[in-house]
Write a protein that binds this ligand. Sequence first.
Ligand SMILES: [Zn+2]
Length: 240
Amino acid sequence: MLDLMICHCPRTIEPRLAYEMALQENPANAPQTPGTRRKRSVAYFDKFWAPGRTLRISFTNEPEPSLKDAVFNAACQWLPYVNLDFVLVDDDFDSEIKIHTGGSPLVNYSVFGTDALTSAGASMVLGVTPDMDDFERTVIHEFGHALGAEHEHQHPAADIPWDIPKVYAHYAVKGHSKEVVDEAVLSKVVGASIRKTPYDRHSIMHYPVPQELTLGDWEIGVNDRISDKDKAFMRLAYPR
Ligand SMILES: [Zn+2]
């Protein structure tokens, strides 16, 4: 079976600050669906960067230039579909996306979009290296989060017949608790975005779903490229 990685993206610890930063960055992040705005809740808002912006990317631990270039090149695969630009900079303090590399190849995650503005340290962690088969798709996936995209397998309309005890057991072997599996794999994301596109089993933001972890005849292989619906989603989030 596929060796499944988990991308446990931290939710911001300061939701009020995250909300204020998201709206300051891009007013279109405000809750837009009538009836979903609740005075005491800021749960339902987007975290997209301001269209037209240049996002500065830095590395917190000075990796080899070849690793920087490989990460940057993979990230840039999003650029044709977003009204954004990326630039590599040296200084952590002057960057929006701060990447830490060099950890376990199994540990890869990013905060969501403008949550990076509230990150004290790295906003993205990349353990993969360019010699790995998973490198490019992992970097693209994590940059999808950095641009504000959620997991597609957690789309409200995803109807994956998970064999839940087997899913927990699979990830438990790798040291992941039920809570982490619930948060990053099994739960549905109740997104606010009226821009949300339909469920897409081909999305780069979708985990592989091995046959062994589902009930009946159901599986999804490795999605290793940006899908047509991923492109449509990003074009709506970052209009020109
Ligand atoms: Zn992810």
